[in-house]
Design a protein around this ligand. Structure first.
Ligand SMILES: Cc1cc2nc3c(=O)[nH]c(=O)nc-3n(C[C@H](O)[C@H](O)[C@H](O)COP(=O)(O)O)c2cc1C
Length: 320
């Protein structure tokens, strides 16, 4: 008999399948192209920002920054929450990095881009890090560029980098022992080579003054993003709370939560506000976040790495 997750998955796919003809007939997947001329062909200074829950996207962003610095560019690289929005107009290039969550760029990233001032022809690029081979990554990166174009950014490139998945349901219950790790990709030298190459490519495209155009692809996974995947998945999480006696009050869960759903003052989790990013569970150093799925307790990314004795290779530039 199907378990609940399979049932939800199948229902979502069937609904999505039924919606394909309807959606294909409406011209909703517009081409993403510049609306204004590129303001410069010379990148003296760049801003590389990322949203990163478990460090993968951050690692790539930092490596891109180092690569651009080697090309003589002055780079500010930081979490997007730390970027000084008032100074964005001073940069010659903006690169935005994000994980793929639920087949798309997280709402939080999209809102951040929406909060930017007008970019007035600034070259922009996007990259995503993702955890599985079929995760709608291209479209997720397009979502970011789409918003940047609305802010008068001029798109030059986008790229997706495969990574170790950080989605706790993929190692839930006894799957942790059964999961064949060969199917999961750890970043290696080749991956980091691709990141460096992408950083150089972005600079080259700006130097050529060549804007790029992208169109989202109409895929089943793209369509499933219209059917509230977070809402559906949340229904399968039976328990989600903080264990007061185990908590060391370090504040990591509050800091990682993009929706303000956690309040350490009373150890509460607002499950309505929660966007099910697993940032709390994946990062708690004291295993004080309790989440239950299909009758078993979920473990977070850090514990998962320990259980599987997985060590993530750091690129040489970031070791010092
Ligand atoms: C809530 C959640 C949803 C995810 N959804 C997807 C997905 O739809 N497609 C995919 O390829 N990877 C998915 N992943 C895997 C992440 O995109 C991947 O692990 C990414 O590298 C995490 O980046 P970070 O370490 O910077 O947070 C998901 C991970 C989480 C935690």
């Amino acid at each position: 008999m199907d378990n609940r997750r399979d049932f939800l998955k199948k229902s979502a796919l069937v609904s999505a399948g039924l919606a394909v003809p309807a959606l294909s007939s409406c011209a909703c997947l517009d081409t993403i192209r510049a609306k204004v001329p590129m303001k410069t062909r010379q990148v003296n200074s760049a801003l590389v920002v990322w949203y990163s829950q478990t460090g993968n996207t951050r690692r790539y962003g930092r490596l891109m920054a180092k690569t651009m610095q080697k090309q003589g560019v002055k780079v500010t690289a930081c979490d997007l929450r730390e970027a000084d929005l008032g100074k964005i107009g001073e940069y010659d290039l903006l690169v935005v990095g994000s994980p793929v969550f639920y087949y798309d760029a997280p709402e939080y990233v999209q809102q951040w881009v929406g909060s930017l001032p007008v970019l007035a022809g600034m070259p922009v690029a996007a990259y995503v890090s993702f955890g599985g081979p079929e995760g709608n990554q291209y479209n997720a990166a397009c979502s970011i560029l789409e918003r940047l174009v609305q802010k008068q950014g001029v798109p030059v490139a986008q790229k997706a980098f495969m990574n170790l998945g950080s989605y706790p349901l993929s190692w839930a219950g006894d799957k942790i022992n059964k999961t064949p790790w060969k199917h999961h990709s750890l970043p290696d030298r080749q991956t980091y080579g691709q990141v460096r190459e992408y950083a150089r490519y972005v600079l080259q495209q700006v130097a050529k003054g060549q804007p790029a155009e992208f169109s989202k692809k109409l895929t089943l996974r793209e369509i499933s993003t219209y059917f509230g995947p977070i809402w559906w998945t949340k229904r399968s999480i039976e328990k989600h709370y903080l264990m007061e006696d185990q908590c060391i009050a370090c504040g990591t869960c509050e800091e990682k939560c993009p929706s303000g759903a956690i309040d350490l003052a009373d150890y509460s989790v607002n499950r309505e506000a929660c966007v099910l990013c697993f940032g709390c569970l994946n990062n708690c150093p004291a295993q004080a976040v309790y989440m239950q799925y299909d009758g078993t307790r979920l473990i977070g990314f850090q514990e998962f790495l320990k259980a599987k004795k997985i060590k993530i290779l750091e690129p040489a530039e970031l070791k010092s």
